[in-house]
Design a protein around this ligand. Structure first.
Ligand code: ATP
Ligand code: MG
Length: 286
């Protein structure tokens, strides 16, 4: 039988969509799982296992799955022996300490001798130790945000993305202890054949990530401005320059980074660029 790489993906929840979307963008066909525990891809040697995110690090450690997509927060908390291979740029959130808005607690130094409710006792205790704070940790598995209101704890340590859950529960964030996003983790003892499949998958994931972070740009410029404009647009190797039918003008094609995007566009316009088109890139192979 030919070798197949087993991938653990969250069965439902905040990482499911991002994980399945990434596989799809990598050209890997899998059904949506429809309540199945596992599905095999029809066009790439992988099999997807749908699991609770908490179990993924252990399953990858024990080689039930070869690799997995899981939050950095869960990987750190579970502290299993796995390799962190690649950040996946979705599932972004932070693990923060929050306190009641109206109370007397203002900073983490006020937490000495207090009770903190969390689903992340390992990360929190390590953090408190580092800061030399002695507080008691009350572990709960869900709805951490209501703990102060029902008198279960003085503060909480929980995941935050927009902050709306904290707001609704009249809590304020006083300290962020971890920034997290989804990660690809792998078993430490993959066979050579499985490593080859993982490398093929990683190549695709990196191409998708690069494409998402870059845009293709086309613009028209007077010939005397070409030097100034290409200094703003280094491109992959160097920009492409084609003459326009109108004498004295050229069309310039290049790639720009999403993060510099607006700054670069403003400078291009200031340098006489016209008819600027920005086009999403589907895959980027360098
Ligand atoms: P499961 O049933 O699989 O155990 P869960 O309830 O533990 O699911 P989700 O709430 O679906 O988990 O979150 C999964 C992961 O999504 C988190 O561990 C975290 O890495 C990421 N995440 C991103 N944004 C948030 C957020 N605002 N709140 C919680 N998790 C978030
Ligand atoms: Mg979970």
């Amino acid at each position: 039988m030919s070798v197949i790489l087993k991938i653990a993906v969250q069965k439902s929840g905040r990482l499911y969509e991002g994980s399945m979307h990434l596989l799809k963008e990598c050209g890997i066909e899998v059904g949506n799982g429809n309540n199945q525990l596992r599905v095999i891809s029809g066009n790439f040697p992988v099999e997807i296992f749908f699991l609770r995110d908490d179990d993924i690090p252990e399953y990858v450690q024990d080689a039930v799955a070869d690799i997995g997509f899981v939050g950095e927060n869960v990987m750190k908390e579970k502290n299993k022996s796995v390799n962190a291979i690649e950040k996946l740029e979705f599932g972004k959130c932070r693990l923060s300490i929050a306190v009641p808005k109206s109370g007397t607690l203002q900073s983490i130094n006020d937490l000495s001798g207090k009770k903190i409710a969390t689903s992340y006792p390992v990360i929190l205790s390590e953090y408190l130790e580092q800061k030399n704070i002695t507080a008691s940790i009350h572990e709960i598995s869900g709805s951490v945000e209501i703990a102060p209101r029902i008198g279960l704890a003085d503060a909480i340590c929980d995941l935050v993305s927009s902050g709306s859950t904290l707001f609704t529960n009249e809590l304020k964030e006083i300290e962020t202890i971890l920034f997290s996003e989804a990660l690809l983790i792998s078993n430490k003892n993959l066979s050579a054949e499985k490593k080859i499949i993982l490398d093929r998958l990683l190549f695709r994931i990196r191409s998708v990530k690069k494409a998402r972070n870059n845009k293709y740009v086309l613009l028209n410029a007077p010939n005397d401005k070409i030097d100034a404009i290409i200094s703003l647009l280094p491109g992959m190797k160097s920009p492409t320059i084609l003459p326009l039918a109108e004498p004295g003008w050229s069309s310039i094609h290049s790639v720009i980074n999403e993060t510099d995007f607006w700054n670069v566009i403003e400078q291009l316009k200031a340098n006489g660029a016209q008819g600027i088109l920005i086009i999403p890139i589907e895959k980027m192979i360098i």
